[in-house]
Design a protein around this ligand. Structure first.
Ligand SMILES: C[S@@+](CC[C@H](N)C(=O)[O-])C[C@H]1O[C@@H](n2cnc3c(N)ncnc32)[C@H](O)[C@@H]1O
Length: 207
């Protein structure tokens, strides 16, 4: 599936003005997903939400961990991604637990009803996502918000980042990612911990 995601990105990028960055399908790290899946198991989370389905790699990890009766609602703006993700969910025998919702996160999230036990945000990148408040509203007290893509915080502190991230994350990427980290850390009602490799923030919503 990770291979399929890479192949898809290459083909999709060729049809998009914004190329690979616009397609945005960069599958989650398997080690990170193993940790998140175990967290789902330990919490016995049943109602899961994800922003950034891609082809569904992370959603399948979460759906498997949620067990029978569990569900993962996963959002993606591209119908092409949704269709492929539905196919992979079926192949894995997890189609009854995975529901792909197509549209921009803001629009889709405004029509959802909480509470969710666990939210995985794999759609945000570099700047505070506009859907941040809505995601917190939908999360139950004691629930976990796992935010991927925090590797950029480590990169923002490195003297020599491994890439010129301004091309992907905009010219003010260092300031933006650090400002959001500060905001997240000082958010009342959240207890946040970061794991820096592969870069995930784990936030528990306090009662
Ligand atoms: C990093 S990829 C997700 C990878 C996926 N979770 C996996 O493990 O394979 C990000 C995905 O989020 C989608 N996306 C990004 N921002 C979005 C938004 N605001 N609303 C809906 N989809 C979004 C992109 O189309 C892309 O498919």
């Amino acid at each position: 599936m990770r291979r399929a995601s890479e192949d898809h990105r290459e083909a999709h990028a060729a049809r998009l003005p914004g190329g690979a960055q616009e397609c945005g399908v960069y599958p989650s790290d398997p080690l990170k997903m193993r940790v998140l899946a175990n967290m789902v198991r330990a919490m016995q989370a049943k109602r899961l939400l994800e922003v950034g389905c891609g082809l569904g790699y992370s959603a399948l990890w979460l759906a498997e961990a949620a067990g029978p009766g569990g569900s993962v609602e996963t959002i993606d703006r591209f119908p092409e991604h949704a269709e492929l993700a539905e196919g992979f969910a079926k192949e894995a025998g997890l189609e009854s637990r995975v529901k792909v919702l197509t549209g921009d996160s803001d629009a889709v999230l405004s029509g959802l009803h909480g509470p969710y036990d666990f939210v995985h945000d794999d759609g945000w990148f570099a700047v505070r996502p506009p859907h941040f408040r809505r995601v917190l509203e939908l999360l139950r007290a004691g629930g976990v918000l796992a935010m991927s893509n925090w590797f950029l915080l480590v990169q923002s502190m490195a003297e020599e980042p491994n890439l010129d991230w301004s091309e992907f994350a905009g010219p003010n990427w260092r300031e933006n990612v650090q400002a959001f980290a500060r905001e997240l850390a000082s958010e009342r009602g959240l207890e946040v911990a970061w794991m820096m490799n592969p870069g995930v923030a784990l936030a528990v919503k306090l009662a």
